[in-house]
Design a protein around this ligand. Structure first.
Ligand SMILES: [Zn+2]
Length: 242
């Protein structure tokens, strides 16, 4: 019987002068090439098959990036890959929003603070919620200025803009007051209750929007992706419920 010995080589320079150099986080043997100083994993352990859809879904159950990586024993890279893929497969946001044929629909506006990159960099999530269908009609992420609010208004379908709307007393909302069907009210009136409740759900499901949380995105791209994933999933649930 012949025994086959496989000689390990450095993938960069082809040298056989390699030594063991500890393990990775997922217990794969790391080796070091003594000639070119490259550290590499030559033979990766086969990971058990995982439900890839569950990876993206777990972001909506308050798991952070590190949490998802630990639960499924996959690298950060694979987690991000799955998140990218899940967002690509989402239905089109515009076609998801129910057509407003009724002018007696009511819109509620509000903004919510989140972080990205560091605690000092605030990213405000602005949204318009339809009280009757409970869907998010439009949303944007940006600073708290009027410029960002204008971006939000441009995203709202025209039929919804004709509806009655409510918001808090933040100065940017004055822009809509000239239209005649917008009112700035306090929280005590209860006219923005639905969107306030929506923020509570969002904070319960997305770790990135939890107050004093450390699990916020380091990159703006992923902050946007996770928010989109949540909003689209929620809008879809609304279609099935109402
Ligand atoms: Zn080498």
């Amino acid at each position: 019987m012949l025994a086959v010995t496989k000689i390990e080589q450095c993938p960069k320079c082809g040298s056989q002068n390699i030594v063991k150099n500890g393990f990775t986080r997922h217990k794969n043997q790391r080796v070091l090439c003594k000639d070119c100083q490259k550290t590499v994993v030559l033979r990766r352990k086969k990971t058990p098959l995982i439900d890839l859809k569950a990876v993206a879904r777990s972001f909506l159950e308050r798991l952070s990036l590190c949490g998802v990586s630990r639960v499924f024993a996959i690298s950060y890279y694979t987690v991000y890959q799955q998140l990218d893929l899940a967002c690509l497969l989402l239905p089109n946001f515009r076609t998801q929003v129910t057509d407003s044929k009724q002018t007696n629909y009511t819109l509620e506006f509000d903004e919510l603070c989140g972080f990205c990159g560091s605690k000092k960099i605030k990213q405000w999530l602005w949204a318009a919620l339809c009280k009757e269908t409970r869907q998010i009609v439009a949303y944007v992420i940006g600073d708290r200025s009027e410029k960002t609010f204008r971006r939000l208004v441009r995203k709202i379908p025209l039929a919804y803009l004709r509806c009655q709307s409510f918001s808090n007393h933040w100065k940017s909302y004055r822009l809509l007051c000239s239209k005649g069907n917008h009112e700035q009210v306090g929280k005590e009136t209860g006219k923005t209750n639905h969107i306030e409740r929506y923020w509570a759900t969002l904070r319960a499901r997305l770790s990135r929007y939890v107050r004093k949380s450390l699990s916020f995105s380091r990159k703006l791209k992923y902050h946007h992706l996770v928010t989109k994933l949540f909003v689209c999933n929620y809008n879809q649930e609304c279609i099935n419920t109402f």
